[in-house]
Design a protein around this ligand. Structure first.
Ligand code: FAD
Length: 407
């Protein structure tokens, strides 16, 4: 199907497909079974030029687009979800935020680390601040030329393997005045106040560590504050806007898993025989195949359109409305497609000898991480209505304290 890709894009897609099938696929089951971060694959991705593709040439990158990254991510996800997520986070997300808002020194640092194989971590979620990010209590206190960060984050992708961390914290100046939420770049160095205090035991994506991070008097030079031109108070929205590229990337991982599962199901439909004929001759399965393909094509078109788009006001990131719709649609469709693909294999689909059960576990997270399907629907509705939709009971007012609530 011609969906308007250029020759260069088709070439990149083909190169990614060969790499995925030749290098990644043979390793995927072991990465899941051993629950170990695949450093060998990271090295191979780097050598093949799939890390830091979207970085500027001046910093060692290739100046490729988010659509280029999406084409590569889709191919990787057909074989291995962990590998696909590494490609997302070395080309989108935190590193793109640094490229958009960082100082020259910050950009150089982030680019060097990514090109050396580091997958930056983005640290927003806290035990009591999930969808409600602004309830975060991690704080950064200004002390002379440094910020001192204290608090706890959890479900941080790459905990214990990432070196560069983009940490979101509530910022206080020297007088203790609350300046709003800001982002800070910190390196994980042993004994320096950034500790992995727990590894989450996850359902899927088992080779990608998710963990709890505790910051205890973590000192970050003031020069490592990531400050959009709008400053700390308004800048949080700009920094979160950068998440739109990550959202497109995450939706693409889900879509790629679904595409991989559908390839397996289609092949099996032609070869497995029951009642003396290939199971693909049964209309019950033919209509399932057609529905799966239709959902997949719709997901792919939405994701490509979102990757090509740009938000209002000359934003360097995909349009928030398109990114949210594409992620909601693709992540929900992918869960259904993978589940149906598993059904094609009968008992074999339920076995750990085939990749379908791993795909079914891996694909489940994409309606949760990076903004849940419910929260993203609220974002879409808010843009449609042209209203802010504060989710607290009393609109914009801060939460009542426990004592107020009891009275
Ligand atoms: P809650 O916010 O407690 O939500 C619980 C339920 O209530 C959900 O169904 C939610 O949709 C619903 N809900 C909440 N508020 C509303 C509302 N206003 N309207 C309708 N429904 C609502 N975070 C990071 O910072 N960095 C990471 O690298 C990272 N990686 C992750 C990787 C994985 C595999 C997973 C699963 C999560 C990751 N997260 C990460 C955390 C993720 O962003 C949060 O899980 C997500 O934002 C939801 O927060 P929560 O889990 O606390 O759920």
């Amino acid at each position: 199907m011609d969906i308007g890709l250029s020759n260069d894009e088709i070439g990149l897609q083909r190169r990614a497909r060969d790499f995925s099938q030749g290098v990644v696929r043979p390793r995927a089951a072991a990465i899941d079974r051993d629950a170990e971060y695949p450093w060998d694959i990271v090295k191979a991705l780097g050598e093949a030029g799939f890390l830091g593709m979207t970085l500027p040439k001046a910093l060692g990158g290739q100046d490729l687009s988010f659509l280029d990254a999406v084409l590569v991510i889709e191919e990787m996800a057909k074989s291995c979800t962990v590998t696909a997520r590494i490609v997302v986070e070395t080309n989108m997300g935190a590193v793109s935020t640094v490229m958009a808002y960082g100082t020259e020194a910050q950009k150089k640092l982030a680019a060097k680390l990514v090109l050396e194989g580091d997958k930056p971590a983005i640290c927003i979620t806290e035990p009591d601040a999930g969808s409600d990010t602004t309830a975060m209590t991690t704080r950064a206190d200004r002390r002379g030329d440094t910020y001192v960060i204290n608090g706890k984050k959890h479900w941080i992708t790459g905990a214990g393997v990432s070196r560069l961390h983009l940490i979101f914290a509530r910022v206080f100046d020297e007088r203790g005045e609350d300046l709003g939420i800001g982002g800070f770049l910190a390196l994980r160095e042993v004994g320096k106040g950034l500790t992995v205090t727990k590894r989450e035991q996850t359902m899927g994506l088992r080779g990608m560590p998710e963990g709890e991070l505790t910051f205890e008097n973590l000192e970050v030079p003031a020069a490592m504050a990531l400050l959009p031109p709008s400053g700390f108070r308004r800048g949080f929205a700009d920094l979160m806007n950068a998440y739109n590229s990550q959202r497109v990337g995450a939706g693409t991982v889900a879509m790629g898993i679904a595409a991989g599962a559908l390839e397996h199901a289609l092949e099996w439909a032609k070869t497995r025989e029951q009642f003396g004929r290939p199971i693909g001759e049964f209309q019950g399965l033919q209509w399932m195949l057609a529905d799966m393909q239709t959902q997949l094509t719709a997901s792919r078109l939405m994701l490509y359109a979102a990757a090509r788009s740009r938000g209002p006001d000359g934003s360097a990131f995909p349009d928030p409305m398109l990114a949210a719709q594409a992620k909601v649609f693709a992540s929900e469709a992918a869960i259904k497609i993978v589940n149906d693909a598993l059904q094609f294999f009968g008992a074999r689909g339920y076995s750990r000898e085939l990749p379908l059960e791993r795909m079914a576990r891996d694909v489940r997270m994409f309606t949760i991480g990076g903004g849940t399907a419910q929260v993203l629907r609220t974002l879409v509705a808010s843009k449609m209505l042209g209203w802010k939709l504060p989710q607290t009971r009393d609109g914009y007012a801060p939460k009542p304290s426990m004592r107020d609530a009891a009275e």
